[in-house]
Design a binder for this molecule. Sequence first.
Ligand SMILES: *Cc1c(COP(=O)(O)O)cnc(C)c1O
Length: 415
Amino acid sequence: MDNAHLWLPYTQMKTAPEPLRAVRTEGCRIILDDGRELIDGIASWWTACHGYNHPHIRDAMEEQLAAMPHVMFAGLVHEPAQALAAKLAAKAPPGLKRVFFSDSGSTAVEVALKMAVQYWRNRGQPRRTKFIAFHHGYHGDTMGALSVSDPRGWLHGASSQYFPLQYHIDIPLDELSFSEFRDILDDIARSAAALLIEPLVQCVGHMRFHSADVLAEIYRIAKEHDLLVIADEIATGFGRTGYFFACEEAGITPDILCVGKALTGGAIPLAATLATEEVFGAFYGDELTMALMHGPTYMANPLACRAALASLELFEQEPRLAQVARLEERLREGLEPCRNLPVVRDVRVKGAIGVVQIDPQQVDIFALRSRFVEEGCWIRPFADVVYLMPPFVISDEELDHLTGAIHRLLSRSET
Ligand SMILES: *Cc1c(COP(=O)(O)O)cnc(C)c1O
């Protein structure tokens, strides 16, 4: 068995080290084919919030697998989708009552963009086709989603000339920049359908934080300018920032909300775009041309819906948000000693997200990845951040092992 037929993501296949081969997962661990066990500090791209192979999710999926693994979702619906849509609507910020299912975060964003543009067209304002998005934002890898992601930097690779042009601006963080933000919106809002934001934490864009007050003020000013607001909670949703949804901390209800990643607890792909009745209402009419023309083949896959339902039940049956609060404290304690290291620029923690920002000139990120594996840790630093976004159920010992390894390796990696 070799990798002759594989093409890996974000990878220079010629120079990248051999990927490791995983054979099993268990709790918060990934087990490799040579028997080594790695403690997963990043929950498989932020999905496995209950750890791996949770029996409650597995049982639900096994039952669904026997009954109906899949059925198309046009003209047919099923109980898992109905129950999940109802549950998501109940858990989301108040007012987000309609749920459109899809299969990945990027698609959930594409759907949100289409909803926003057509919302205005259906309401007689067809020129509102642009989007206002923030520097350091990331909303997915497909064309539309990348067009609203930060165009500077590595994300776009060499293909950005194909994308529609959008407005990219800084997140306003103080009074002066808020007045500038308002001026910019005065100029451009009339040509824009919506403003997009990753609430509280811009994850792929170097794990940058802004406060709930800043988020609330951005929302207020966007609404003053009659913009739709799209919250991309694909990374922040399901407890990651300490609230079930990050928007809750700012007390806002976006017009459209995207979820993905941890929706099924990391068991199987599923994503969703939630909309208010106001947005849904703009599509509700006699003409097919007013309808939302989108429909992924595996939309609302029953197996995935059941996994998501089981995952949401776990948030009710087990003290997940309390675990996140504890994790926040322990991440703070564990990472704080890194602050004094010469290669470290900043240490910050929000919910179950711990970030050590380093000077990339002084640290070889790729070498560091291999060192972490040698320490029994699955931690994947990128750009200028070494970060942890572990499963919420990680034990104190496992977490301390991860934070200890970060401190130890960054102590050694001076110049
Ligand atoms: C990961 C991510 C996406 C894209 O999700 P995929 O499932 O990889 O398509 C979009 N937005 C945010 C904020 C993300 O973190």
